[in-house]
Design a protein around this ligand. Structure first.
Ligand SMILES: CC(C)(COP(=O)(O)OP(=O)(O)OC[C@H]1O[C@@H](n2cnc3c(N)ncnc32)[C@H](O)[C@@H]1OP(=O)(O)O)[C@@H](O)C(=O)NCCC(=O)NCCS
Length: 181
């Protein structure tokens, strides 16, 4: 098992995350219609400001009311190994945690790091969770099914659902991480 440190992103990590998201977007382009931009530089995420406590300038990039975000970078020694962006929805008594983006640099894949970090997130933010994947991203579906089944002892629900904010159908797993004893 790899030892890792989970750090909340700070303002001076903005470019780091933006640049890493480009690799995430490139990976995701395998499953989407996204084309390589003319300058060869894949884009970042339009909603990234939320993970730094800000609101995107363009209204088209805004989340529905009640959502906020937090970003994390995961270090293995002094090296960045991955990032994880988490969203939180709150409306009255309803609270929901949601994995926004989850990306491991290739050299760190297949070493249980994704699983350990996901479990650390579920423990950090106790309560209702949803994790969503593109229909085409079957490797991610396999990964999340295993990670969540392991965490919940198979106590999760999965379905395919239309998400109006994303204007598409996604596979979603839902479960609850238990409150601390
Ligand atoms: C998907 C991803 C996060 C997996 O991270 P990882 O650190 O390599 O995964 P782990 O080593 O912790 O694997 C945990 C389990 O998932 C399985 N798994 C991981 N990647 C898998 C893949 N591509 N296909 C099938 N199973 C996979 C592992 O075999 C392991 O199973 P086990 O518990 O039975 O041994 C990583 O490949 C990644 O960042 N991919 C690109 C971005 C992406 O797709 N993110 C998810 C978007 S929803």
């Amino acid at each position: 098992m790899l030892e890792f440190t989970l750090l909340e992103v700070e303002e001076n990590d903005y470019m780091l995350i933006q640049n890493l998201i480009r690799f995430y977007v490139y990976d995701m382009s395998q499953y989407t219609e996204w084309k390589c931009p003319p300058n060869g530089l894949f884009g970042g995420a339009d909603d990234q400001p939320y993970y730094f406590g800000r609101i995107p300038q363009d209204p088209e990039d805004r989340w529905p009311d009640g959502w906020s975000g937090k970003g994390f970078k995961i270090m293995v020694g002094n090296e960045i190994a991955r990032f994880c962006l988490v969203r939180f929805y709150s409306n009255g008594d309803v609270h929901l945690n949601d994995i926004g983006e989850f990306f491991i640099l290739r050299k760190f894949r297949g070493k249980s790091l994704g699983k350990q970090v996901a479990h650390a997130m579920f423990n950090r933010y106790r309560g209702k969770w949803q994790v969503r994947q593109m229909l085409e991203n079957r490797p991610a579906q396999t990964f999340w099914r295993k990670v969540i089944a392991d965490y919940t002892k198979a106590g999760f629900l999965e379905k395919t659902e239309f998400f109006p904010e994303d204007q598409c159908e996604l596979v979603v797993q839902r479960f609850e991480s238990p409150t601390r004893p």
